[in-house]
Design a protein around this ligand. Structure first.
Ligand SMILES: [Zn+2]
Ligand SMILES: [Zn+2]
Length: 151
């Protein structure tokens, strides 16, 4: 299974997009590949898929600092949409910061630059983190207990 939750292995899913072997057809595919790039700790790809006007606000170092501190365990794509100028993807990305489970719930906005989908910005929904106990079901939804999986 790919990091992004699709049935194909990473090499045949998001990694094709990350390595440039295939092009994302829509914003959702780009969003999934950016999520998987966090999991694979590919900071350059994440910087390069920001819209040009945002790219300078982000550094590979900052992204890797975050990607190395946490462990992304699950992605839920909730909704997609589009209007004349943008495509939108609403998602929940769950990650562990130690034993603390945080959920990044965002509605992201994407634009096409030079024929390429890039991430522009997003609105965050408030989310409360919670502590995961050793015997809780693992938040990656593997069906195993936390202590036997990501714990
Ligand atoms: Zn994928
Ligand atoms: Zn797990």
């Amino acid at each position: 299974m790919c990091f992004c939750g699709q049935a194909l292995p990473f090499e045949q899913c998001c990694n094709l997009i990350i390595t440039g072997k295939s092009k994302p057809e829509n914003a959702e595919q780009l969003m999934r590949s950016r999520y998987s790039a966090y999991c694979a700790k590919n900071g350059e790809y994440i910087v390069n898929t920001y819209a040009a006007e945002k790219r300078l606000e982000h550094t590979v170092e900052d992204i890797l600092l975050f990607a190395n501190q946490v462990e992304f365990v699950h992605l839920d794509v909730i909704n997609t949409g589009q209007d004349q100028n943008f495509q939108y993807v609403e998602f929940k990305a769950s990650y562990l910061d130690g034993q603390q489970l945080e959920v990044l719930h965002e509605r992201s906005r994407f634009i096409k630059e030079d024929g390429k989908w890039v991430y522009l910005d997003g609105n965050l929904f408030p989310c409360e983190g919670k502590k995961v106990s050793r015997n809780d079901p693992c938040p990656c939804l593997s069906g195993k207990k936390f202590k036997k999986c990501h714990g």
